[in-house]
Design a binder for this molecule. Structure first.
Ligand SMILES: [Zn+2]
Length: 322
């Protein structure tokens, strides 16, 4: 009798890249494949973007399965997408993957493998699953995940499970309004949390400082440069990062009033675990949080898996829905 080799395959469809990871039963990464995400402009060729995205995801799955020597028809497969997925697996809202809205990605991705639809969820929910099962939130019942990229991705872990809400819209922390007089947001509202505490938010705060003459214009479109200059002690850069940390703490304080987490995980390319962001955010949270000195604020820590979290969590999702 032959024992068939198997793996959990996870795919994270991002705005710019599709990352696939194969996990062993113990959660070790066995293989990794990456391809560019088809862009909205591809729709001009007369093909729906959803179909192109599904084809690339399927190609990543095929390549991944081959690289680790497994059969994709018998493996569990999970997919994370940068948008909101309803309970049927249809993508209903995706500002960074507009053309794929309405596509039944779960079925389209499964089709070349002649198998049932794959498991699918929002990328931040997948990242939270990765942290709960294998990462920084292991054994933690109440936690929040906040990923700071161009915008803000979020997920709430309540009683040890990722909260999806009635329609899959839970955890959209980035679009919590923090200033009704703030700048307009692509979601249609204004003064959203992510206008202040994301890569775009850092750019906005830098632009204000440049307009006020307190910051060098070289920082206009380079949040990473601003963070690294602040880390190196540049006073003007530090002042902007300090403002950023206040807004981040203010938003976290609002979320604490709702969720009362014991742990807040911060991830994403903008901060990537940097002390220059983590430390002031902890200090501001201690004063901004309801109950201040009379309660212990949640721990604020960096995520463990960084940019692999979505694909790792997608693999776990697939395994759980098998
Ligand atoms: Zn918004």
């Amino acid at each position: 009798m032959s024992s068939e080799r198997t793996a959990s395959l996870g795919v994270d469809i991002g705005g710019t890249k599709v990352l696939g990871l194969a996990l062993s039963a113990s959660g070790a990464v066995l293989g990794r494949v990456r391809q560019p995400t088809p862009q909205v402009s591809d729709a001009a060729q007369g093909r729906p973007v959803g179909t192109s995205v599904a084809e690339v995801a399927a190609a990543v799955i095929g390549e991944l399965a081959e690289s680790v020597g497994v059969d994709p028809r018998t493996c569990s497969i999970g997919v994370g997408v940068p948008g909101i997925v309803d309970r049927t697996g249809t993508l209903v809202f995706a500002p960074n993957l507009q053309g794929a809205i309405g596509a039944d990605l779960a079925a389209l991705i499964a089709r070349p493998f002649e198998r049932a639809p794959v498991a699918i969820d929002n990328d931040a929910n997948c990242a939270a699953l990765a942290e709960v099962h294998l990462g920084a939130a292991r054994g933690v019942d109440h936690a929040l995940l906040i990923t700071l990229g161009t915008g803000i991705g979020g997920a709430a872990i309540v009683n040890g499970a990722v909260l999806r809400g009635a329609n899959g819209f839970a955890g959209e922390f980035g679009h919590m309004m923090v200033n009704p007089d703030g700048p307009p947001c692509p979601c249609g509202s204004r003064g959203c949390f992510e206008r202040y505490a994301s890569g775009a938010g850092l750019r906005h705060l830098a632009a204000q400082a440049i307009a006020a003459g307190t910051l060098d214009p070289q920082f206009a479109s380079a949040p990473e440069l601003l963070i690294s200059s602040a880390t190196n002690g540049d006073a003007a850069a530090l002042a902007v990062v300090d403002q950023f940390c206040w807004w981040l703490a203010r938003g976290i304080a609002n979320l604490c009033a709702i969720f009362d987490p014991e742990l807040v995980l911060l991830g994403g390319g903008v901060i990537d675990g940097k002390a220059v962001v983590l430390e002031p955010t902890r200090a501001y949270l201690a004063t901004e949080i309801e109950g201040g000195a009379r309660r212990r604020p949640p721990r604020i820590e960096a995520t463990v898996f960084g940019s692999d979290a979505g694909a790792i969590g997608a693999a776990i999702l697939g395994e759980r829905q098998r």
